[in-house]
Design a protein around this ligand. Structure first.
Ligand SMILES: Cc1ncc(C[n+]2csc(CCOP(=O)(O)OP(=O)(O)O)c2C)c(N)n1
Ligand SMILES: [Mg+2]
Length: 637
């Protein structure tokens, strides 16, 4: 019999978390960097007490539980999923505040361990404060709402269950294919209950993060498809960064000459000036990447979910014979568009393909097209950066100013609004990880909390948070947390009096921007004066150094000054909501009302119906199915 140690369930949980390590390619590090949380009666005497006994496992007090989860998510992303945080909350609203954070982590496939407090397991004193009852069962609480937004879900009703749940939690958190939010709900009475835990539970454990090697036959078929292709295109997604395959991609693209389009999560896979980097792809893409996608006969997607923003709602690829090879650790992503699934780690796959494609290179005219698209895009970027709109600013000149002030190793962080589109197109990422965009959930309010997580992952890199006024108003309170932790963030707040993005979308769909501007109600409508929000005072009131700028020179000066200053600073810039980078040969499916009394909507519907006809289904048996046929042929011949 192994030895036993009597501890509360919470003490055992924290002791276990401290002893979890991960390893990849021979490099090992502790997995958890600590725990975010806000205490309430549902955790203060349980998890809270255990954290107090383990001060070497840092506790970070956030302002909003959602913000804590976002910071944890951003930390995991910036750490290439090799490090993570736990997040705890009280029961009820504290717990449900984490649901949006859980969904954000899961959609982006980023590991976070969520530990919401829960109602009493023993039930005798219920209903307790903040318990939402369900008359048909006592086995349900608000924490069951986490189930669809998490990759593993459990509830600890007896302290002895803990060991087995934790092992599953770690398996999922460290799985490249399955990772996301893991939720272990902790009834508040059980948190404080003692049990004689097996000492072995607290031994140091090292979880190896595997690199899936892929199927040899699938690689052979992929090589055949690439060799036969006249116009291939690579799409680099977040998986390239998580797998640390950036050097492998750079070598593969250089060797073969194949152009690369980057998704929001994959931007920075290649330096912006890599000769094969065509830049952003899709709805928010560059002209070159989108034209090459339109004509491609073979798309090699690496580590991407191929969401509608990347595929332009399945209108991006127009070549009637286009085929897909999908390199991905997730089987469902590997099978997208009836493609040839290469279920493999990005770095392994790129290294193997580089070896197996020795001697292959794209045709010369293809190479010339990539180069000319690239140089034209650089000119277009410079043009957009050099616009001097006066006051209010053009969004693109503000991006140019931030880029010019930033060092190559700096990180820009953003999530929602019109900035992601302009940043995707224009930001010149110089080092992997320099572009941190949460565009899986595109969650307003992620920006500042996310910036905090990014800075914690690597304090040596300056973090520029670019945030719209709408996102800032939704959740800026983690700025206080940054100040509490002595963490320097450079926040650039673009005030265009409302939703530039959705307002523009609304206008393009015939709806005239209805309900998207920050105006006073007047005569029953929201079209009065601008709301009198003073962002400078708001940020100053939270403890940040703050400045509002009116000219381009002032903007550059303010950015330079905030780069040198320790602490969190905010520069408030008024921007014109229309002055942005335009679209490039791309379309996004947002359905317009089929009938309306508004002539503008009727017109928009006509254009919508015409454009939607370009959507493709990609049902042709051109992937794994043809693989089987090809292998059979090989046997016969
Ligand atoms: C939590 C959340 N609610 C709603 C949306 C839908 N949405 C996307 S962008 C946007 C407006 C963002 O406004 P702002 O931050 O000012 O950026 P701007 O569009 O002005 O650039 C909205 C409401 C969202 N992405 N996230
Ligand atoms: Mg705005």
């Amino acid at each position: 019999m192994s030895k036993r140690r009597r501890m509360t369930m919470s003490q055992a949980l924290v002791s276990y978390l401290k002893n979890q390590h991960v390893e990849r390619d021979g490099n090992e590090n502790p997995f958890f960097a600590g725990m975010w949380g806000i205490f309430g009666h549902g955790c203060v005497a349980g998890i809270g007490q255990a954290l107090q006994e383990h001060l070497d496992f840092p506790y970070y007090l956030c302002r909003n539980e959602q913000g804590g989860v976002h910071a944890a998510t951003a930390f995991a992303k910036a750490s290439r999923r090799l490090r993570a945080f736990a997040c705890t909350s009280s029961i009820g609203p504290g717990a449900t505040n984490m649901i949006t954070g859980a969904a954000t982590a899961t959609i982006n496939r980023l590991p976070v361990l969520l530990l919401p407090g829960d109602i009493f397991a023993r039930r005798n004193v219920g209903p307790v404060l903040q318990q939402l009852e369900w008359e048909q069962s006592q086995d349900v609480s608000v924490n069951d709402a986490f189930r669809p937004v998490s990759r593993y879900w459990d509830r600890i009703n007896r302290p002895d269950q803990l060991a087995f749940s934790l092992q599953e939690a770690m398996r999922v958190l460290t799985s490249p294919a399955d990772t996301g939010a893991v939720v272990i709900a902790l009834p508040q009475d059980v948190q404080a209950e003692a049990f004689d835990y097996d000492e072995q539970l607290f031994e140091k454990r090292v979880w190896s993060i595997p690199r899936a090697q892929g199927d040899d036959a699938a690689f052979r078929r992929a090589v055949e498809l690439i060799r036969a292709s006249q116009a291939p295109l690579l799409i680099a997604g977040g998986g390239v960064l998580y797998s640390e395959a950036t050097d492998a991609l750079s070598a593969f693209a250089a060797q073969t000459g194949i152009g690369v389009g980057e998704t929001q999560a994959g931007k920075g896979s290649l330096a912006f000036d890599h000769p094969q980097n065509l830049g952003a792809i899709g709805v928010t893409g560059t002209l070159g990447a989108n034209v090459m996608a339109r004509d491609a006969d073979l798309v090699i997607a690496i580590g991407t979910r191929l969401s509608d923003f990347t595929t332009a709602s399945k209108t991006a690829f127009r070549n009637p014979d286009v085929r897909f090879i999908n390199i991905n650790v997730c089987e469902n992503d590997a099978h997208r568009h009836s493609g040839l699934p290469l279920v493999a780690d990005a770095r392994v796959a790129l290294d193997k393909l580089s070896r197996q494609l020795a001697g292959y290179r794209v045709p010369m005219d293809y190479s010339n097209r990539v180069s000319s698209h690239k140089s034209r895009w650089e000119q277009e970027t410079d043009r957009l950066f050099e616009i001097r709109a006066g006051y209010p600013f053009s969004q693109t000149e503000v991006i140019g100013a931030v880029l010019e002030t930033s060092a190559p190793e700096d990180v820009v962080v953003c999530a929602a609004g019109s900035l992601p589109g302009d940043l995707h197109k224009l930001w010149r990422t110089r080092m992997p990880g320099g572009y941190h965009m949460e565009y899986g959930y595109s969650c307003m309010g992620y920006e500042i909390a996310g910036g905090l997580g990014v800075k914690m992952a690597d304090p040596s890199r300056n973090v520029w948070v670019m945030v719209g006024d709408g996102s800032f108003l939704m959740m800026s309170s983690e700025m206080v947390t940054a100040i509490q932790e002595g963490i320097s963030l450079q926040i650039v707040l673009l005030d265009n009096h409302g939703f530039g993005s959705i307002g523009g979308l609304s206008r393009s769909l015939g709806s005239l921007g209805f309900g998207t501007e920050y105006r006073m109600r007047q005569d029953g409508r929201l079209d009065g004066d601008w709301l009198p929000v003073d962002f400078e005072k708001l940020a100053y009131g939270m403890g940040a150094h703050t400045v509002r700028v009116k000219t381009y020179e002032e903007l550059r000066e303010a950015l330079e000054a905030m780069k040198r200053r320790k602490g969190t600073s905010v520069v408030v810039v008024e921007t014109d909501k229309q002055a942005r980078a335009g679209g490039n040969e791309s379309w996004w499916d947002v359905p317009v009302a089929e009938v309306s009394t508004m002539a503008t909507v009727q017109q928009a519907r006509v254009s919508y119906e015409a454009a939607a006809k370009n959507e493709r289904n990609f049902l042709a048996a051109n992937g794994s199915q043809t693989l089987a046929a090809a292998l059979k042929e090989e046997e016969v011949t």
